[in-house]
Design a binder for this molecule. Sequence first.
Ligand code: GAP
Length: 508
Amino acid sequence: MSSPAEPANLMEAIVSLAKRRGFIYLSSEIYGGFNGFFDYGPLGAELKKNIRDCWWNDMVRRRDDIVGLESSIIMHPKVWEASGHVAGFTDPLVDCKVSKQRYRADQLFFAAVVVDGKTVGYVSALESENTAAELQAAAEAFKRKKAIQGALAPVAPKEFTEARPEEIEFIPSPATGEPGSLTPPRSFNMMFQTNVGALTDASSVAYLRPETAQGMFADFRNVIDTTRVKLPFGIAQIGKSFRNEITPRNFIFRSREFEQMEMEYFIHPDADWLKCHEEWLAWCQDWLKSIGLPASHLSLYEHPKEKLSFYSRRTVDIMFKYPFGVQELWGIAARSDYDLQQHQKFSGVPQVYFDEATKTKVVPHVIEPALGVDRTLLAVLCAAYAEDEAPDEKGKMEKRTVLRFSPRIAPVKVAILPLLKNKEVLTHRARALHAKLKRRYAVQYDDGGAIGKRYRRQDEAGTPWCVTIDFDTIEKPGDTFTLRDRDTMQQKRITEAELFALLEEQVY
Ligand code: GAP
């Protein structure tokens, strides 16, 4: 196996492959796309389903203490009053009055241009890996353009949220490069509003859920009344969430419609919540590794105490090293009993659990691991993408693009390739194997083109194994096929029973 190399612009390469091979498309592309919305093509839909299935199997089916739920996307508007989203699910929004562009104030940075100790102007830049360097370069350009003499001080970048009112009119808009058009930040609620029923007035306002979590809290009583769960136990859900993000960006990393996999783990108020939080942190990291994310790309970010939501005792994010920087992938929060207490207050329905041991009613506390499906899929694509070399039909080395997905999540597990398309004896055996495999696994039958081309096609789709039916399969005893491994490109002969055993072991 030749050593994989990362292309100079990994993100560009991934976006291009995702489109070319049918993983991810822009939503409504024939109308020019729709910012913040994406479609998953045939390979993407399989990949996404496999991520969901792995999570569901490991989180729900293979555990005795967690049950599943599927709650509605549009819930009673009071849910969002109780949860605090109506009042507080906001981002600071800044408008550019000239370009009509909108920015998140906490992603817009500015710095004073200070020459010989005196502020002579301001520069701005959008948050990136190099914000400070960009601001420094902008400050130097500003000084040159205005022909100001003197010593330029190193810039001190600040978030736009920290801009003093008297500074705002001097800070240039990133869109126009000119000052005077940015508005002061204002709170913008990210929930999508809709109206339910025939009337369109204040009484019919409802929201598309911005998180799946509240479904688990709102159904807490239903679950304890209809199942035999005992503390500690969890309720898990996978589903779509919607946020009117001011600046959706980085492909599917931050979008306006996305999918979450969340689990609320209810514990006794006297339980050791810190230990439980630590256990979930470890579980979540192990799970990410089990679907193929390398430990070297994962890190932890502990939210500083002073920045925690008022109800959170501790939040730690599992971060992933994306090509555009280290960013949040999975948030693990200790949410105390805030949500159940709020729903108890707003609904008037007790949100309590009867503790047999002490014969008392308690409002449980919660540990919440909250993960995005799309963000996981992007991480998986980034970790799997590699370029190396493979021999062509004539043995000459050529560039190969390969997605080294874990077999657990690979969209296609095996490709079945008859050596020749027009030899009935080969295609007949290949079709029989295909029919048998597809009852259990996502497999592909491919008889189009030279065998090397077919391997390349499967490498780009991330298919871990290709099986070739050749004349030895038919003519020699043992009914063996050639099994070609995507990563090593090694080939060996294998029987049907051995192939099923391999899949049973690797695809779970
Ligand atoms: N119930 C808690 C909650 O929703 P969050 O940190 O806002 O917490 C959880 O979201 C996860 O959902 C994030 O870690 C991320 O993986 C995903 N997520 C959040 N906003 C997203 C967006 N706009 N686009 C894609 N994924 C998003």
